[in-house]
Every structure is written in structure tokens, then in C-alpha cells.
Design a protein. Structure first.
Length: 397
């Protein structure tokens, strides 16, 4: 069954991570995404390892399900082809430094003249306006500037980058939200608009209550390890053989006595310093050593069995190999095998968006460089083989 976005056509001239991740989400949900790359060069991520028989697994992980096309936007004929395609699509996506598309003569003011209904999504480090707008930025830079690195890591330790490129990924997800919102509005107005996504803005937006706590107390949030800043216990603990996470929220006060009993720390149940999550977080320097010592006495599985029986929220700290084979992850179809033209079959991570009637999902691997160029030109613009050959000889594709 076609995915829910199967009538949406996207021209994707993004590269590396934030943009390709966003367009992959759209492709997973059924949109026809045409990935446009520079002839002979392609997306820079094609050069990123590790490789399988010369194929970049990094590129494969964020470009599945797209049609691959080469087109030189600095070439006069290539630019003309691009604008002809713009007239036939719903979305144009780019993540170049602000001003680059204008220098090419292909910025939003030009694009909307050729298609007033197009949604134009631009992802950049700092947005299309402001004192930093023309600066380039990569994931760790915006995580640092946005405050995330300042609250990640152990107390009194150095800044720690999270284990995923969430500066890029978060911007990609907000881009999808912006695109879908603009498409929904277009169904009423008939007009497209520009979606301006700043990676730095996105970092500020996801900082949960860090800003609220700062505005309320004047205290600057600091790294807390795996702790939660306003409730406890809510973190990872070392067990006899690995680690376990235990999380009690204020709405589950009845679980605190049960946890104390399981840990053989019943004297803590009526201690006023530990009445609720917020109070416990204020006395965590006293409480944590006692909990940590007790939890180290049993294995992770022993604790999971015991605590789950009591209804206490907990879970293992899984390594990636264990996540890949986790029965719940497998049941949800999150690890999927798709055919590949040269590698036979490859494993991918499927979309987490599960829809009951039009589910979508990944069906194709990432494209070879220019794999579908001729197909797109034939199907979208009606060009014949002679015209396509002329474009190739002219260096436009």
C-alpha cells in the first residue's frame, strides 16, 4: 500500500546529515524524494566509512528510498532543468550556507516565481537571518553553542558530546514538522512558503526545562551524569555485571517504599529528606551512595526481574548489538532487510512512525550516484534519450 505521502514530490539538494535525514523521513512515509547530487562528486557523505565493498554505510543509513539524480546547478542548462522540475514538485529542500542558493540564482524568491505552491525548506547552522547566519556549523558546534554540551557529562567533568549527532538529527526532525505544517496550510491557501530551520534554534528548543529552571532560580544548569535534574532516582546505576536504569517520577510516590524494600533500605521510607522526587533530588548527594551500594549487589537481570514484578520502571542499558536483537525492537519491525543492487541485501533501521491504514516504511536502499537521472528526466520532463545525452555531454547531468 502506498505510504501516506505518496503524492508528495520532493527535490532534495541537501547533503551529509541534517537534510538527508529529513528527506529520508519523508521518503519512508511515501514521498517521492529526488536526491540531486553534483555530477561525479556526489554527496560528501559517500566518502564516509565504514564501507562494504566500496559502499558507504554512512550514506546508506540516511538516503534509503530516494531516487538518485545528478545535476550541476552551476551549469546554465542544469539550472534550467532544475527550474523546470521545481514547477512540478511540492517541496524543495537545501542545507547550504545562507546566500549560496541566491548566488546560484535559485533562492526562494526565484523558486516561488516558478511554483507559488512550493514549500521551500532551508536548513542551516544559524538560520537565514541574524549575526551568525552566514557562518557554517557542524553538529558538535551547535551542540556546544546551544548549551547541550554544558549539561552533558559527569559533574565537574569536561563537556561530553552525546553518542548521536542530535544537533543534526533534531534539525532534521523539525524540518519535517515544518514541511508537513506548510503543506497542511497550503491545502487551505494554495500557497507555499519558506521553512527556515536553524540548528542552533533547535538546540535551544529541545533543552526541556533547563531554561525554565534558570529563569526561575538564576542557577545555571550543570552536568548531572545520567541523573534527572528535578526528580530522583532517575538515572543509570551499576549492577554486579552491567548497568540498569531506574526512574521514579513524582506521580508514582507509592513506588518509593517498594523500591526501598527491594533494596533492603526500609529505614529510608519515612525519612523526610526523601519524601518525593524533588526533595530526593535536593538530597541526592546523601541518597545516591546508599542506593548505588545496594544495587551493586545483584546482576542487572536479577534486578529487572525483581523490580518489574513490583511495577517499578526500570530497564537495562543495552549495547547496540543487544538493541538490534531486542525482541520488542524486532516485533516492531525496526530492523529491516531490503534488496541492494550490488550488495544483495542490507539491513536498515525502519521508520518509527507506525500508521494503521497507510503505514509506509523503507522499501529501497540508497541510490547509486545518478542512478535514476535518466528515469527522472523522462518521467518528469518528458525528455528523450537524445536530449538526455545532450545534457550529459554538456556537463549538466
Amino acid at each position: 500500500m502506498p505510504g501516506p505521502l505518496n503524492e508528495i514530490v520532493v527535490l532534495d539538494i541537501t547533503h551529509v546529515l541534517a537534510g538527508p535525514f529529513a528527506s529520508m523521513v519523508l521518503a519512508d512515509l511515501g514521498a517521492q524524494v529526488i536526491k540531486i547530487e553534483q555530477p561525479e562528486i556526489g554527496d560528501r557523505s559517500r566518502a564516509s566509512g565504514p564501507f562494504i565493498d566500496g559502499e558507504s554505510t554512512y550514506f546508506m543509513s540516511i538516503n534509503r528510498g530516494k531516487l538518485g539524480m545528478t545535476l550541476d546547478l552551476s551549469n546554465t542548462r542544469g539550472k534550467e532543468i532544475f527550474l523546470q522540475m521545481v514547477a512540478k514538485v511540492d517541496v524543495v529542500m537545501e542545507n547550504l550556507v545562507p546566500g549560496a542558493m541566491k548566488r546560484l540564482g535559485l533562492d526562494y524568491t526565484v523558486i516561488k516565481q516558478h511554483n507559488p505552491g512550493v514549500v521551500y525548506a532551508a536548513i542551516s547552522g544559524f538560520g537565514q537571518s541574524g549575526p551568525y547566519s552566514t557562518k557554517a556549523a557542524l553538529d558538535v558546534i551547535v551542540q556546544g553553542m546551544g548549551g547541550v554540551l554544558s549539561i552533558t557529562g559527569e559533574p565537574s567533568g569536561p563537556p561530553i558530546r552525546p553518542g548521536v549527532s542530535q544537533g543534526d538529527i533534531t534539525a532534521g526532525l523539525f524540518t519535517v514538522i515544518g514541511i508537513l505544517t506548510a503543506l497542511q496550510e497550503r491545502s487551505r491557501s494554495g500557497l507555499g512558503q519558506m521553512v527556515d530551520i536553524s540548528m542552533l534554534d533547535c538546540q535551544v528548543a529541545i533543552l526541556e526545562n533547563a531554561f525554565t529552571r534558570y529563569f526561575a532560580t538564576g542557577d545555571v544548569p550543570k552536568p548531572l551524569g545520567t541523573r534527572h535534574p528535578v526528580t530522583a532516582p532517575f538515572q543509570a546505576f551499576q549492577t554486579k555485571d552491567s548497568y540498569i536504569t531506574i526512574a521514579l517520577a513524582d506521580g508514582r510516590k507509592e513506588k518509593w517504599p517498594l523500591l526501598c524494600s527491594a533494596l533492603d533500605l526500609i529505614d529510608l521510607i519515612d525519612d523526610s529528606r526523601f519524601d518525593d522526587g524533588w526533595v530526593r533530588s535536593q538530597h541526592w548527594n546523601i541518597l545516591e551512595p546508599m542506593l548505588a551500594e545496594a544495587i551493586r549487589n545483584k546482576t542487572t537481570q536479577e534486578w529487572l526481574t525483581e523490580l518489574e514484578a513490583l511495577g517499578i520502571p526500570c530497564g537495562p542499558v543495552n549495547t547496540i548489538d543487544k538493541v538490534a536483537h531486542d525482541p520488542q525492537v524486532q516485533h516492531r519491525g525496526m530492523i529491516k532487510t531490503v534488496p541492494h543492487s550490488r550488495l544483495g541485501k542490507v539491513k536498515i533501521v525502519d521508520t518509527p512512525v507506525k500508521l494503521s491504514r497507510t503505514p509506509g516504511g523503507a522499501e529501497r536502499p540508497s541510490p547509486d550516484l545518478g542512478e535514476h537521472t535518466a528515469q527522472v528526466l523522462r518521467d518528469m520532463l518528458g525528455l528523450d534519450e537524445k536530449e538526455i545525452t545532450a545534457l550529459r555531454e554538456d556537463g549538466a547531468i
